[in-house]
Design a protein around this ligand. Structure first.
Ligand code: NAD
Length: 321
């Protein structure tokens, strides 16, 4: 049985991917310091409460039993926070990842799937966005991901490390069986913020209704977290079969506007969503939609759960469980 080390497995996407790996017959060990994740999201026997900055402890986890591949989710993820506290983000996301790669080198683990992001493209000049666009991050958060993509390429060149960088668009939804779901603090993602507004009656602030889009609000590519989790299984299989290092966008190629998401939440929950419109947020592109043809053609990945109502239904089932 292949053993996968998942960093950040107590978080949103990591906990879903862990379940998907177990369902697919992999053995999984999770490394998480629980700084932003949830103890309850991981089976206790699988959790190693370790900070990825702690290289010797990572090596020990990798030496408990041989690890075939690492999936590296552990990071801080809030764009606004990264601009207020860049040191925190460079240290955790960049130094933390380098510590992990150093531990992998020491333990002889040669395969890694890395959580990257559409934020590496900044304000894209081509939409749907192909992987070939140059790096142009607009935030410290995006820059930390660019830096690690580059570090991975150098570890590949110098030490034969093989990597798949998955550039996620907007992760959303929850496990259809509500075994785990999205629970961030601070929460910055649209759908859970709309649920909170319904629950508290306090209006959610939405940013910008004068974009050059059909209804004036921003369009984003929402990808169901279970589809995202399955892309990780595909990436692990690719590496274990000897595939070369790659970058893949993970999105559906279909975008939904903020207004369409608000309408879907109202429809699924059966209640109006209290909200107000603020000005545009600096650095927010009008349209962010992935060209995911490489992932589809090369890994045979097909999104199954990413229709908007399915995303909202599963997220709501988890939210009010
Ligand atoms: N959520 C999205 O829409 C999205 C989009 C693009 C990319 N990503 C990337 O996906 C990954 C996972 O995102 P998420 O939404 O699941 O985030 P999350 O905050 O829910 O999960 C991250 C997990 O990493 C852990 N962690 C953070 N720093 C750590 C450290 N130093 N040592 C050990 N554990 C640490 C946290 O405790 C948490 O459990 C991140 O790398 C993020 O940048 C997410």
């Amino acid at each position: 049985m292949k053993r996968i080390l998942v960093t950040g497995g107590a978080g949103y996407i990591g906990s879903h991917t862990t379940l998907e790996l177990l369902d697919a017959g992999y053995d999984v060990v999770v490394v998480d310091n629980l700084s932003r994740g949830h103890r309850s999201a991981v089976e206790p026997a699988r959790l190693r409460e370790v900070d990825i900055l702690d290289t010797p402890s990572l090596v020990r986890v990798m030496q408990e039993k041989p690890v075939d591949a690492v999936i590296h989710f552990a990071a801080y993820i809030a764009v606004g926070e990264s601009m207020q506290n860049p040191g925190l983000y460079f240290r955790n996301n960049v130094s933390g990842s380098i510590s992990l790669l150093t531990a992998m080198q020491e333990a002889g683990v040669r395969n890694i799937v890395f959580s990257s992001t559409a934020a590496v493209y900044g304000m894209p000049t081509v939409v749907p966005i192909p992987e070939t666009l140059p790096y142009a991050p607009l935030s410290v958060y995006g820059e930390t991901k660019v830096m690690i993509e580059k570090v991975l390429a150098w570890f590949g060149q110098t030490h034969g490390l093989r990597s798949v960088c998955l550039r996620y668009f907007n992760a959303s939804g929850a496990d259809p069986a509500a075994r785990t779901g999205e629970d961030h603090e601070p929460e910055t993602h649209l759908i859970p913020l709309l649920f909170r507004a319904i629950e508290t009656g306090k209006p959610a602030t939405l940013f910008g209704q004068d974009y050059p889009t059909p209804d004036g609000s921003c369009i984003r590519d929402y990808i169901h977290v279970s589809d995202l989790a399955r892309a990780h299984i595909g990436a692990v299989e690719w590496l274990l079969k000897g595939g070369e290092s790659r970058h893949f966008n993970v999105g559906t190629g279909a975008g939904y506007s903020v207004r369409e998401v608000v309408d879907a939440v109202a429809r699924v929950v059966g209640k109006p969503v209290p909200h107000t419109w603020g000005p545009r947020r600096e650095g927010d592109p009008a349209l962010l939609v992935a060209d995911s043809s490489s992932l589809r053609n090369e890994l045979g990945w097909v999104p199954q759960d990413s229709a908007l109502d399915r995303i909202v239904e599963t997220a709501w089932r988890w939210y009010h469980r």
